[in-house]
Design a protein around this ligand. Structure first.
Ligand code: NAD
Length: 308
């Protein structure tokens, strides 16, 4: 099998999702509704800046409105809660997205719990978490929702298969495991205290890596034919590491020369791809799906709020 046959093309599937969202936006526009997402960005974390800008750009391209509220690093909890309250009360706002991580002085769960669940496009509010857990999902966290969409569109069989999720965060690992479970996989969740990670991940027919540790998953973690989904996103800025991760890969080196960095995942792509049945690249895998699902969830929130 060639490298391209193995590729799980998250970027292409994300483009399909965006096209479908654009059609829904056009339909809503005929009914006089333009969905609007308000993002809150606290502090000046460069990665968060990039994510928020990318989400706003995507929404604009799809004909939706978006507003970014920028607050300084030292914003007090009460000021952030006030802003969330105002957006909750503003009937023009369909979706509210609090970009994470928040600075350490802020209580993240208190903020997320304050977002109106009907506008919670990230699906982090306990009401939405509960609905997902008991099988009546309303707004589902964007990264795992995007991965499920990709697997479905790529024709990956889930029912009855062994799935292993590496990472148990509220944002990715836990909702990912629940979605796979609801799709009838037999699911194992691994985390930082898991003993002999490789022994567990080698059992996987579907392996989702969301540990936030670059190149954690190597060939010793993957059985022949496994479907590998790489959620990790790490900016690599030193040449030696790029050469080690992608030996002889001229495209990667050219990208590094151009930008001074490349993105790498939690999976050692060069060494795992020849074993995997299918695998997502980084970049061009899970990232674009996440952003497409922010757009999809904003439309869903706009429809649900109006009973459309
Ligand atoms: P997190 O730090 O909140 O959670 C990481 C999880 O991995 C934890 O549950 C921890 O127990 C587990 N873990 C850490 N080290 C481990 C190890 N050595 N072995 C096994 N498990 C280990 O991270 P997160 O928010 O879930 O994000 C995970 C990664 O995904 C990050 O690299 C993040 O940048 C990326 N991410 C990408 C997207 C996207 O759109 N592509 C979206 C969200 C997050």
């Amino acid at each position: 099998m060639s490298g391209d046959d193995r590729k799980l093309d998250g970027a292409a599937r994300a483009a399909e999702i965006r096209d479908e969202v654009a059609a829904q936006v056009a339909e809503l526009a005929r009914q006089g509704v333009v969905p609007r997402l308000d993002a809150i960005l606290v502090g000046d974390d460069p990665a968060s800046e990039v994510y928020v800008a990318s989400k706003a750009r995507t929404l604009a391209t799809l004909g939706m409105l978006s507003e970014t509220h920028r607050l300084p690093e030292n914003t007090p909890q009460a000021a952030l809660e006030d802003l969330v309250d105002r957006l909750n009360a503003d009937s023009d706002v369909d979706g509210i997205l609090v970009q994470l991580p928040l600075p350490g002085n802020l209580n993240t769960s208190a903020i997320l719990h304050g977002v109106d669940p009907a506008k919670d496009v990230d699906g982090f509010h306990p009401e939405n978490v509960g609905l997902l857990l008991n099988g009546h999902p309303r707004l589902v966290p964007c990264t795992p929702a995007g991965i499920m969409e990709m697997l479905r569109r790529e024709g990956v069989e889930i029912k009855g298969r062994r799935a292993v999720v590496v990472g148990r965060s509220d944002i990715v690992g836990k909702p990912m495991a629940v979605l796979l479970l609801h799709a009838h996989a037999t699911v194992t969740i691994c985390h930082s205290r898991t003993r002999d990670l490789a022994a567990v991940t080698r059992e996987a027919e579907i392996l989702v890596a969301a540990a936030g540790v670059r190149s954690l998953i190597g060939p010793e973690h993957v059985a022949e034919g496994t479907v590998v989904v790489d959620v990790g996103m790490h900016r690599v800025t030193d040449r030696e590491t790029v050469e080690r991760l992608y030996p002889g890969n001229e495209k990667k080196m050219a990208a590094f020369e151009k930008r001074g960095s490349v993105l790498a995942g939690d999976v050692d792509y060069t060494r795992v791809a020849p074993i995997a049945g299918k695998i997502t690249p980084v970049p061009g895998g899970v990232g674009p799906l996440t952003i497409a699902m922010v757009a999809a969830n904003t439309v869903a929130a706009a429809q649900q709020r109006r009973d459309l």
